[in-house]
Design a protein around this ligand. Structure first.
Ligand SMILES: Cc1ncc(COP(=O)(O)O)c(C=O)c1O
Length: 487
């Protein structure tokens, strides 16, 4: 079992081991009946005292994640592997070491439920599907050979030109040469991770943050530290304290309508962040999935536009605002790092599909895009307001939330007694999916009392039914004995 522990983390070692194993169980990487390493083996592997492992295993057992069987060892959840069941012919594969260190995100994603509120996606009814479909048909009839050609690795030149003009509206002045088209911004995060991060590097994220980015950073064995966000975004004073000890290799931030908290980093904090990294070798990865989706006023200009020394790598996905399945992400960077990222993109996939790049070209380069965004802002604001109304009606006292001024998500704080993971499981049984805050923190327990709800994926009728069901579950949890509650 591959596992990294951080000796300079504020989290005790036994808790790091506990989290790492719990994450692997939650994500399905460890399954019922899997045997854990013996206490001695794991202590040796991690260079910790056997007592540290004992403490971790006790904690896991107390929460029913594992059972310890006298004389046999420790097993995931079930009593012990049944003697009657035939061993799987693939069981040996579990012995192959891999880089999936505590990847938790995919296990919460795309649950087939009637009321999906876990995924940050927009209701297809609100997206220009018909237009894109017609573009695809036109494209194939006018240029059937487009399926027989590779795209440029960097991305279709016409699309990059159109994007550089589009980005001007977001106060970003760039050129097609500084743009790399990626397979969604998920790939952009992966490219930055693969290209620049090595075991032991220090990566700082916001807390909470986008869970799938955490999973990627972890896969490289980096040291992860997180900085809390408040009403003005990432707390720069905390970040300064980190810098006084060690210079981070990378800071990952979502400054506008942050995922999952919904807060926006103020202009002052953005300037402070840029000042902090000047004259260092720190990279900033600025993730901007939806700054266009503001309900009151536009967020401040991106960090990328404030930076003159090439520290900021800016990424923008078009999934959230246009067409998730076209998988178009935009990456901007300046200087030698751009070419390093481009080389990695070539190594990884030789470039995005040409067809989907061409399919969105005509919408991106016309006024149609602005009209679409205007409508989207209104529709999403209505859904946010309706979600808040439903929370007021159906949630028991003690449930709080932060009103987001843009984006797709609302961050809910549960009363002290209620556990987010338990609520998530209960909600799934009622065909409602929610994202537990637990997976939005690198290691801390902080997320156990938070849920992220997406208001963009359901219409108002469905939002109401989902929140009614969720309200009942939380109400029961509040009034139940310990089974439902935080241990
Ligand atoms: C903050 C953030 N970044 C990146 C992504 C990846 O999206 P995509 O790869 O579709 O651009 C997501 C998806 O939910 C997200 O929320």
């Amino acid at each position: 079992m591959k596992m990294f522990i951080q000796r300079n983390s504020p989290l005790p070692l036994h808790q790091q081991i506990y989290h790492s194993i719990r994450d692997q169980i939650v994500s399905g990487l460890l399954t019922d009946g899997d045997q854990l390493p013996s206490i001695r083996q794991l202590a040796q592997q991690l260079q910790v005292s056997p007592m540290t492992v004992v403490q971790a295993y006790r904690l896991l057992e107390k929460e029913n994640w594992i059972v310890q069987v006298q004389g046999k060892g420790s097993f995931v959840r079930t009593q012990e592997p049944s003697e009657e069941t035939q061993p799987s012919p693939f069981a040996w594969q579990k012995k192959i070491s891999n880089n999936l260190i505590g990847a938790r995100y995919p296990s919460f994603y795309h649950w087939p439920v009637e009321y999906p509120m876990a995924d940050s996606v927009i209701d297809p009814e609100l997206l220009p599907n018909l237009f894109i479909e017609q573009e695809l048909i036109k494209l194939l009839s006018q240029d059937p050979r487009s399926l027989s050609r590779y795209s440029e690795i960097q991305g279709d030149f016409h699309l990059r030109s159109a994007i550089s003009k589009y980005l001007q509206k977001l106060s970003i002045h760039t050129s097609p040469e500084e743009i790399l088209i990626t397979n969604g911004t998920q790939q952009a995060i992966d490219l930055v991770t693969r290209t620049f991060l090595q075991p032991g590097d220090l990566v700082v994220t916001e807390a909470p943050t986008y869970a799938a980015a955490l999973d990627l950073f972890k896969s490289q064995g980096v040291t992860l530290l997180s900085v809390p966000v408040d009403e003005e975004g990432m707390k720069i004073s905390n970040l300064m304290r980190i810098f006084s000890q060690k210079t981070p290799k990378l800071i990952y931030t979502i400054p506008s309508f942050q995922n999952p908290s919904g807060v926006t980093m103020s202009r002052k904090r953005r300037q402070q962040l840029i000042e902090l990294v000047q004259n260092t070798t720190t990279l900033i990865l600025e993730d901007d999935p939806w700054s266009e989706l503001y309900f009151e006023k536009k967020p401040p200009e991106p960090l990328f536009s404030m930076d003159t020394q090439g520290h900021v790598i800016y990424i923008k996905g078009l999934s959230k605002i246009l067409a998730p399945s076209c998988r178009i992400g935009i990456l901007l960077a300046r200087g030698p790092i751009f070419h390093q990222l481009l080389t990695m993109k070539g190594n990884v996939d030789l470039g995005n599909p040409l067809l989907t790049q061409k399919a969105i070209l005509s919408i991106i380069q016309t006024e149609r895009m602005q009209r679409h965004l205007e409508k989207l802002r209104i529709a999403l604001q209505l859904r946010r307001d309706y979600l808040i109304y439903c929370l007021q009606v159906y949630m028991p006292a003690g449930v709080k939330w932060h009103k987001p001024l843009g984006g797709l998500n609302l961050w809910v704080e549960l009363p002290e007694k209620v556990n987010a993971l338990t609520i998530t499981e209960q909600a799934k049984e009622q065909s409602v999916s929610v994202l537990p805050g637990t997976i939005c923190y690198p290691y801390e327990e902080g997320g156990d009392r938070f849920l992220r709800l997406t208001f963009a994926s359901l219409n108002e009728k469905k939002i109401e039914e989902a929140i009614r069901r969720l309200g009942v579950i939380i109400y029961k949890a509040l009034n139940a004995p310990s089974a439902f509650a935080n241990a």
